[in-house]
Design a protein around this ligand. Structure first.
Ligand SMILES: *Cc1c(COP(=O)(O)O)cnc(C)c1O
Length: 557
């Protein structure tokens, strides 16, 4: 087949992920899981790793976010045209769902690196004749619909994905289950290899991504029986749990290598899933993608080769202070121009700017900054502080939607003292602008819910300092007053929830008022030195080139 010419060579790592964030023009991602998968693909192509990615086409989504004057979110369809970016392959495979046959095809997207490396990405699709309407719709909505809908999607991804790789002629050496959504791939491999459990385990690598219980898919066996009629239930129960089909258990029991996405997350996961050996491969981000235009320019000038070898960023001290500051000023101006135009606000490039962007969901605590409004007002009084927010709430997450409305309301209350802006429709483009242009990146998740987090790593690539709760990757990246600042206690301190919150709020306000903002306004030399530390001591390590090399040596080989 012409489209696949040259792509079938070698023995591949098949990387399965429900969501993949390649560009904002392919909106088949909702958040960190997808952008991580996109960064893994980009780094694999740069490094010429033999990787093929498998995901779902999610044709009508992920949604476009619209916010009214009060910050009330509505969701618009995000129609996009796969034909413009990818090629539909002629091959078909079958998956049995609800007692009938659903045909599955794949769109091929070729991710090309400047190094000459290419990673094929297969977007599975059921939206064509002669599939029935309800089967065609399985390919429409990422994280949409009910449990039955989700189970069907996961069946297409796991069973359909393995079959499609076979049908296309890929030779696979490892299957990487990026979060439990694709665990059915291991069941398909059991069938393929005559129930040889040891062989299947050797083939499978599993990465778990969240300590949040609701993030682990579980299906009742009644539902499983009615959706996946041809699957042996006793077999599933053996690997996926007796009460419910737990997709995480399924992957844990059928993967010889399992990892969490930061060292702290490894500890938490080892407690959640005792009896399994869980490793840690701390996440990273694709350096070139997440470095803004001005920093790319100075990195090219002083650290040539950095994009292929991000370790070179350790030598950020070579860049003259003036050029670091100039690059930051340029990117800050780009962000502020964008934000002012998009929202009609009056952000000022001279003013110290905090950024906060993530999925709007309770545990991320987007409103923690406003806990003590009067204190915050006194810190920012006289136009010394402005804040830029962004983030979508899942359409059914009422709590998340309320958070956005609250931020709007706090913004109104602070008007005249602190400008608070909320950017609509957070996606990879807006993420790039924000992490490239704020002064400090704020993160206040409820511990230990942030498995890793990656946006702070993107910020570090642009000399932006992190000011964050000690959770996820930041425990590994944090050196107080050198790479940024902590909020709240270290996880080794055993504080009650109440004492923890008290310390978090103290740090949040005291460090802003007495440490961070005075340095920004009065000691610019020191500030720029910290910016260089953020690049040289954070970005040089927290990138997906290092992450993929770790997967190669620890999990794939
Ligand atoms: C990087 C990124 C995320 C993940 O960031 P976290 O810090 O893990 O919350 C989510 N959404 C988009 C659009 C991103 O670019």
């Amino acid at each position: 087949m012409d489209e696949l010419k040259g792509l079938l060579k070698g023995h591949k790592i098949a990387y399965f992920s429900m969501e993949v964030g390649l560009t904002s023009a392919i909106p088949t991602y909702a958040g960190g899981l997808g952008t991580l998968a996109g960064d893994a693909i980009r780094s694999s192509a740069d490094l010429k790793l033999p990787l093929v990615a498998v995901t779902l086409i999610s044709k009508r989504n992920y949604f476009k976010q619209k916010l009214d004057a009060n910050g009330r979110q509505t969701e618009l369809q995000n129609l996009w045209v796969p034909e413009k970016m990818m090629t539909l392959l002629p091959n078909e495979v079958n998956v049995q769902i609800e007692g009938h046959t659903v045909k599955v095809k794949a769109w091929l997207y070729k991710y090309q690196s400047v190094t000459g490396g290419v990673v094929p990405v297969l977007f599975l699709d059921t939206d064509f004749e002669p599939n029935a309407q309800q089967d065609r719709e399985v390919s429409f909505y990422l994280y949409g619909g009910d449990e039955r809908y989700r189970l069907k999607q996961e069946a297409i991804l796991g069973f359909g994905g393995v079959r499609m790789l076979d049908a296309l002629g890929f030779s696979v050496r490892k299957y990487h289950t990026n979060e439990g959504h694709s665990s059915f791939l291991a069941v398909e491999l059991l069938r393929k290899y005559d129930m040889d459990e040891e062989r299947v385990k050797e083939l499978c690598v599993f990465t778990t991504h969240t300590p949040v219980e609701a993030g682990h898919d579980k299906f009742s066996y009644d539902l499983v029986r009615s959706v996946l009629e041809t699957v042996d239930l006793e077999l599933l129960k053996k690997y996926a749990g007796h009460d419910k089909l737990n997709m995480t258990r399924l992957a844990l029991n059928l993967s010889a290598y399992v990892n969490g996405v930061a060292k702290r997350h490894q500890e938490i996961s080892s407690k959640m899933f005792s009896g399994y050996e869980i490793h840690a491969v701390t996440n990273g981000v694709h350096s070139y993608t997440w470095t803004g235009p001005s920093f790319r320019r100075i990195f090219d000038k002083y650290l040539p080769g950095w994009a292929i070898e991000p370790e070179l960023l350790a030598r950020a001290d070579l860049i003259p202070d003036g050029e670091v500051w100039q690059a930051h000023k340029e990117q800050k101006q780009l962000l502020i121009d964008y934000a002012n135009q998009a929202t009609g606000s009056h952000l000022n490039p001279e003013v110290f700017t905090l950024g906060f962007a993530r999925r709007a969901t309770e545990y991320k605590r987007a409103t923690l900054l406003f806990s003590n409004l009067e204190r915050l007002r006194s810190i920012g009084h006289g136009a010394k502080l402005q804040v830029i927010y962004a983030g979508k709430a899942h359409p059914r997450d009422e709590g998340g939607k309320r958070l956005i409305e609250q931020i709007y309301s706090y913004g109104r209350q602070l008007k005249g003292d602190i400008e608070v802006v909320y950017l609509e429709n957070y996606d990879m483009d807006i993420a790039g602008k924000m992490v490239g242009g704020v002064d400090v990146w704020l993160n206040t998740p409820m511990r230990p819910m942030e498995a890793s987090g990656t946006s702070g790593m993107k910020a570090a690539h642009n000399g932006v300092m992190n000011f964050s709760v000690l959770d996820g990757w930041w425990i590994e990246g944090w050196i107080e007053n050198l790479t940024g600042w902590s909020i709240g206690p270290h996880p080794s301190e055993n504080l009650s929830d109440e004492a923890c919150l008290r310390k978090e709020l103290e740090d949040l306000y005291n460090k802003l008022e007495y440490v961070i903002m005075p340095m920004y306004y009065d000691r610019r030399d020191e500030w720029v030195w910290l910016m260089k530390n953020s690049i040289g001591k954070v970005a040089y390590y927290f990138n997906s080139h290092r992450m993929m090399r770790r997967y190669v040596t620890d999990a794939y080989l």
